[in-house]
Write a protein that binds this ligand. Structure first.
Ligand code: MLT
Length: 251
């Protein structure tokens, strides 16, 4: 797709924790319909960071990368990427024509979740990246994915190991300190697609239902067989839904 023509549709997909833009590698077939943009967040991939940063900073970094785009722009984010997408939307909704929220939530961390973030940091420091990531992905991926596509766990671990410990810790602290975006949901007035995974233990289907209930006119889809990384675990299902969302709202 041409990158900057006025009829181009840009789909910006922001990755989750503890990954980088390579988590979207299975989404390349969408390139036939849209111009795909996969930013790396601070602390990830090309943006490895040794210093602390906030979620608002992460949002502004993505916005800086895309602000010159012409044409129609659909903003998407998965989990931590969804937290970032909502902070971008809080300031720049008029810049976007559509929204895709995947396996994410609008609320801030509760106190127990904040306490768990400290345990995650301790585990990362005491057990090292490899053990931390193995445990993290074994919990996040569905048992269907682990059974039928065990190579997906290896792939996620491989790309997660491209980050450094400091960058991941900064991302954990940024998520822990993020503001609540719930009030924003009722103000979203662009076509919105909300995607969950049938077996997501981190943002389960019930939570995706309540998120979708707060975004007026949004379309909710729960991907069969998928865990927390639904577009990666069920790419064909995701592409079908996305193409139908594009057809209904952008053709
Ligand atoms: C993610 O997948 O980005 C994280 O699990 C989000 C979180 O820990 O809140």
């Amino acid at each position: 797709m041409e990158e900057n023509q006025s009829n181009t549709i840009h789909l910006i997909l922001i990755h989750g924790f503890p990954l980088n833009q390579k988590m979207w590698s299975l989404q390349s077939p969408l390139q036939e319909k849209v111009n795909l943009i996969f930013p790396d967040l601070p602390g990830s991939g090309q943006k490895s960071e040794k210093s602390l940063f906030t979620l608002e900073f992460m949002a502004e970094e993505v916005m800086d990368e895309i602000k010159a785009l012409k044409g129609r722009k659909i903003l998407g984010g998965l989990s931590m990427g969804g937290y970032v997408a909502l902070r971008i939307l809080a300031k720049h909704q008029e810049f976007f024509d559509g929204l895709v929220l995947m396996n994410t939530r609008a609320s801030a961390d509760t106190n127990p979740v904040k306490a768990n973030r400290h345990l995650a940091i301790r585990s990362l420091l005491e057990n090292g990246m490899d053990t931390f990531l193995e445990n993290f992905f074994r919990n996040a991926l569905s048992s269907t994915t682990l059974r039928t596509s065990p190579e997906k766990l290896d792939f996620l671990k491989k790309i997660a190991l491209e980050q450094n410990q400091e960058g991941l810790i900064s991302q954990i602290l940024a998520m822990q300190g993020r503001p609540d975006s719930s009030d924003l949901l009722s103000q979203i007035s662009i076509p919105s697609l909300i995607v969950g995974g049938e077996f997501d233990p981190i943002t389960p289907p019930a939570e995706m239902h309540s998120l979708a209930g707060m975004v007026q006119g949004s379309r909710l889809e729960i991907l069969p067989g998928a865990g927390h990384y639904s577009p990666f675990e069920n790419p064909d299902g995701f592409h079908q839904i996305l193409l139908s969302f594009l057809k209904d709202n952008f053709s």
